[in-house]
Each structure stands twice: as C-alpha cells, then as structure tokens.
Write a protein that binds this ligand. Structure first.
Ligand SMILES: Nc1ncnc2c1ncn2[C@@H]1O[C@H](COP(=O)(O)OP(=O)(O)OP(=O)(O)O)[C@@H](O)[C@H]1O
Ligand SMILES: [Mg+2]
Length: 262
C-alpha cells in the first residue's frame, strides 16, 4: 500500500441497476497524498459525485477498493463506516443539508452530538470559534432558514470542520452561490485548509476554481481522462491541456476491466 496516499482508490468500478446494468465508473485508480487540494472536473453525468460518494463511504464500489490511511473501506461494517465518516471526513455539498428548525450553532454542533452526545462547554466554544472564522459569530443563534444562501453555506463549512476532519469532500460547494459569495467561501476554505494541512477533494464545474487546486483531474464518461498540476506547469499550460480534446491519462484507463466486457 502506498504510504503517501491518504486516499487510494484501486480499480474502482461502479455499475448501477441490475436488470439494465449501467456502468458509471471505470477502473478508477488514484492516489491522493495528504495535504493535497484535488479538483475533480468533468461534464455533467461523468461520474464526479459518484466517485466522491464512494471515497466518502456514502456509496460502495461494485468492484475495486478505496483505502483511507491504508484501511480498506470494504472491510468495514456499516456501523464502522458511519463512525469513520463522522470522525474523519467533512462533507460540504452544493445544497448544504442543514436542519432548518435549528439555529446555526446547533447545526455546527450536530456532528459532535452524533459522535459523542451532548456537547460540553469547550465543544460549544469550538463551534463558536468556527462560526467566528466563517464570519457568522453574530448569527450563531439565528435559525438556519433566516440566513442567506452564502451564510448557510458558511455554516455548512463550519459544521464540516467540527470534528477536526482530515479529509474534506466538497461537491460543488459554491454551485448555488453568486460569484462573489462563491469566491469568499472558496477563500475561506483555502485559508482553513492551509492552517491545518487538510486534504481536500472538490468537485467543481468552474475551470478557474479548479485551476487554484494543486492538482486537477478530469473525468469523462466515468474514466480518468486528464490530470494537470497547475502550480507546477503554470496556469497557461494547464488551461491549454484542459481545453484540448485529447486525454493525457489514457494509460491509466487500460487495460479494460473484465466488468466492461460483459
Ligand atoms: N442512484 C443512481 N442510480 C442510477 N444511476 C445513477 C445514480 N446516481 C447517478 N446515476 C447516473 O450515473 C451517472 C453519473 O452521475 P453523477 O451524479 O456521478 O455525475 P456528475 O459527474 O456528478 O454530474 P453533475 O455534474 O451533473 O453533478 C449519471 O448518468 C447518472 O444518471
Ligand atoms: Mg454531481
């Protein structure tokens, strides 16, 4: 096992359906080192969310394996997986799935509550600190449905950070926001990530956002197609590669898996 990979996927395939089988991911083999900001791009329907959900143990691969810190997720029970998600991962979705009848502070405390029960004073202090970091100290006691979309997304970020996650999985976290609010949310995420050397995998439709990442991977029709390191080769060359039609990762997708020949 690759010791440098916080996340390692090995020949991950995903097929939906039983009567009609529909393959969505093909042989995804990928190593994400600790501390990396990986942007996942690709057309609608290319399998980005499916891959993110499999890495985050919200879904299981049809074949292949995901290792997190060397632990094969296939070997964990549903209960272990739930614990793993809660302790190790911070999820940030496009629609933030906050609980509307609770206030901002309560929403941030929910992951702790699920893991460990009623929060003590210092835990509430951490939640307040996180709300302050996302610029929402004053809104802590406001009900979620009284906050704007951008404010709600910032509550979702604070919530994702509550249990000191090592891995942030973000699925179009700014997709529902206007450009300016989206930029602020991304800056905030970058800041927090740098402070604690967190690893982040972010799905985005926005090329400019992707180019801020350490590494960009493009999925096409469920296959790894392109990979660039914008900070290494520069934004200009990275853009050219992403705009070209040829894949630069074809070797990774071959040989074809037996699954595909069915
Ligand atoms: N639960 C499901 N059952 C059957 N098919 C599904 C399921 N979830 C996703 N799919 C299909 O799998 C393919 C990949 O979906 P996925 O949501 O991973 O794409 P995506 O790259 O995230 O797209 P978008 O950019 O639109 O969010 C799509 O064709 C979708 O219709
Ligand atoms: Mg998606």
């Amino acid at each position: 096992m690759d010791d440098n990979g916080l996340v390692v996927t090995q020949n991950v395939n995903k097929i939906y359906g039983t009567a009609v089988r529909y393959q969505v991911l093909f042989n995804i083999t990928l190593t994400v080192p600790r501390g990396q900001f990986l942007a996942l791009i690709g057309p609608s329907g290319s399998g980005k969310t499916t891959l993110l959900n499999i890495i985050g143990a919200l879904d299981r691969p049809t074949s292949g394996a995901v290792f997190i810190q060397g632990q094969n997720l296939n070997d964990l029970s549903e209960e272990d997986l739930a614990r793993f998600r809660n302790k190790f991962l911070g999820f940030i979705f496009q629609f933030h799935y906050l609980l509307p009848e609770f206030n901002a502070l309560e929403n941030v405390l929910i992951p702790y509550w699920i893991a460990s029960g009623r929060p003590k004073g210092e835990i509430v202090d951490r939640a307040m600190y996180l709300l302050e970091r996302v610029g929402l100290k004053e809104a802590a006691k406001k009900r979620i449905n009284l906050l704007s979309g951008g404010q709600q997304q910032r509550v979702a970020i604070a919530r994702a950070l509550m249990n000191f996650p090592q891995l942030i999985l973000a699925d179009e976290p700014t997709g529902a926001l206007d450009t300016k609010t989206g930029e602020q949310v991304l800056e905030l995420l970058a800041e927090i990530r740098h402070e604690s050397n967190m690893t982040m995998i972010m799905v985005t439709h926005n090329r400019d956002v992707a180019l801020q990442a350490d590494r960009v991977i493009e999925l096409i029709d469920g296959k790894l197609c392109k990979e660039v390191y914008p900070r290494v080769i520069g934004i200009k060359e990275a853009t050219e590669i992403l705009e070209s039609h040829a894949c630069n990762l074809e070797d990774i997708n071959t040989p074809r898996t037996p699954l595909q020949e069915e």
